[in-house]
Design a protein around this ligand. Structure first.
Ligand SMILES: [Zn+2]
Length: 159
């Protein structure tokens, strides 16, 4: 999936979570974007990889692409670290749901993700799409729609 789709996924996930939890929708969607970009740190061509080339190369060398940073182990580790160091629950929650949205979107691609790293088994949906395809554009539209829906609901309830 492209960075654009991941950003849309992070916003949609953050706002959906704001709607469910009653937390601040603006903070949740912002943190959702950050969370949605973190897993691709392993990929030097990604949005976050280009910003942090050395970290990205290192992570890619050590763990490979779509392995550790796309696993439950990494998600749980991040949750513990954020809980310990970030005093704002909405920020932590947003990053975690954003990361989860990234995993789910990448499961929709042929390569899938190594969700149970270090076990060498790639998880993907039975139907997958190619990065940058028409289907991905359609998914992007759905995510934008979901963002409007949950954003409207969440802000309405939050105010
Ligand atoms: Zn990814």
């Amino acid at each position: 999936m492209t960075g654009k789709t991941h950003i849309a996924g992070g916003i949609a996930a953050g706002l959906a979570y704001a709607y469910v939890s009653g937390m601040d929708p603006i903070i949740l969607s912002g943190a959702g974007i950050v969370g949605a970009l973190i897993p691709d740190i392993c990929h030097s061509g990604s949005k976050i990889g280009r910003k942090m080339p050395i970290t990205s190369r290192f992570v890619n060398l050590v763990f490979g692409h779509r392995a550790f940073t796309h696993s439950l182990m990494f998600l749980v580790a991040m949750a513990f670290v954020l809980k310990a160091f970030v005093p704002f629950d909405a920020v932590t929650a947003g990053i975690i749901v954003g990361m989860a949205s990234h995993y789910i979107l990448d499961m929709g691609t042929r390569r899938g993700i190594q969700l149970f790293f270090p076990i060498d088994f790639r998880v993907r949906f039975p139907i997958t799409t190619k990065t940058g395809s028409t289907v991905e554009n359609f998914i992007f539209s759905l995510l934008a729609l979901a963002s409007f829906y949950y954003g409207y609901q969440a802000i309405y309830f939050y105010l």
